[in-house]
Design a protein around this ligand. Structure first.
Ligand code: AMP
Length: 299
């Protein structure tokens, strides 16, 4: 595995592969690698002849009151993990390589970036502008055939798909399933902020999603009823969510019924960590007829 820090070195490392017509897969990360990241790397390794992992804690996607300074960083450990997964190139640029003096361009995606985490009272659309700017740069730097993202950041994955579609960026986007600990907690670099007691409380997020999933499997379709089932699990743990919302899984438009693929997304602060999680409900019910008047959606 080669570790490179500049765009020039990166392009030099990839040039012979590109000349030989080898497929290149990119896994963009902010480091502090865990099994969630490694699942993307393994998928890239299985699909592509050359695997590039980027490690970059992107300052522009953090708000001024967010955890940029304290975000976990351990490049040596990340390097060992990446090497064990047979990554070919680790791209770990310093901030000035990505944002040199005079850098003043932002890529913004419309339509999906004002809701959920993009809501102005939450991380805000600036968060996604930071993400889409750095992702566009990474796509231009690496020019991968395929790029791998996690469903853990469901809104981000939709935004990146839209970015690529709207700007005709020649890369295929693959979105990989959420990796969880056996007790249900979605893996996240930010889980490192949780004390053992907070980690216990954080389980309420996945419990809430699972309860909603069970309610839908049991026939519930009314958004209010499904949200109430999830909300109860958060309440039991004393968690007040930043949001707990049902939205269409493709466009993030608001829904009042689970009638077709519907994203149930939650964000909540637990101790010092802001955690997000989600599940797609109703994947098998897009053919479902509207329920007859008077039918109860509660189960
Ligand atoms: P991050 O380092 O948090 O920016 O994440 C890098 C990539 O890994 C993103 O595409 C995330 O969605 C993905 N990822 C993070 N956590 C998980 C997880 N638990 N399961 C699957 N993918 C994940």
């Amino acid at each position: 595995m080669r570790t490179v820090r500049t765009v020039r070195e990166l392009r030099e490392a990839l040039a012979p592969h590109r000349r030989a017509g080898r497929s290149i897969g990119l896994v963009p990360t902010m480091g502090a690698l865990h099994e969630g990241h490694l699942s993307l790397v393994r998928r890239a390794r299985a699909d592509c002849e050359v695997v590039v992992v980027s490690l970059f804690v992107n300052p522009t996607q953090f708000g001024p009151s967010e955890d940029f300074a304290s975000y976990p960083r351990d490049e040596a450990r990340d390097r060992t993990l990446a090497e064990a997964e047979r990554v070919d190139v680790l791209f770990a640029p310093p901030p000035e390589e990505v944002y040199p003096e005079g850098f003043d361009t932002t890529v913004t995606v419309g339509g999906l970036t004002q809701v959920l985490d993009g809501h102005p009272e939450r991380r805000g659309p600036g968060h996604f502008a930071g993400v889409t700017t750095v992702v566009t740069k990474l796509f231009n730097m690496v020019a991968p055939d395929v790029a791998y993202f996690g469903q853990k950041d469901a809104q981000q994955a939709l935004v990146v798909r839209k970015l690529v579609r709207d700007l005709d960026i020649p890369v295929r986007i693959e979105v990989c399933p959420i990796v969880r600990d056996p007790d249900g907690l979605a893996l996240s670099s930010r889980n490192a902020y949780l004390s053992p007691a907070e980690r216990g409380r954080a389980l309420a997020l996945s419990r809430a999603l699972r309860a909603a999933e069970e309610a839908v499997a049991g026939g519930a379709v009314d958004a209010g009823a499904v949200l109430a089932v999830a909300r109860e699990k958060l309440d039991e743990a004393g968690i007040e969510p930043d949001y707990l919302e049902l939205r269409s899984a493709s466009h993030l438009s608001g829904v009042d019924r689970v009638n077709g693929p519907t994203l149930l997304a939650v964000a909540a602060r637990v101790g010092g960590a802001r955690l997000i999680d989600n599940v797609v409900l109703g994947e098998g019910v897009d053919e479902r007829e509207p329920s007859p008047a008077g039918r109860s959606d509660e189960s």
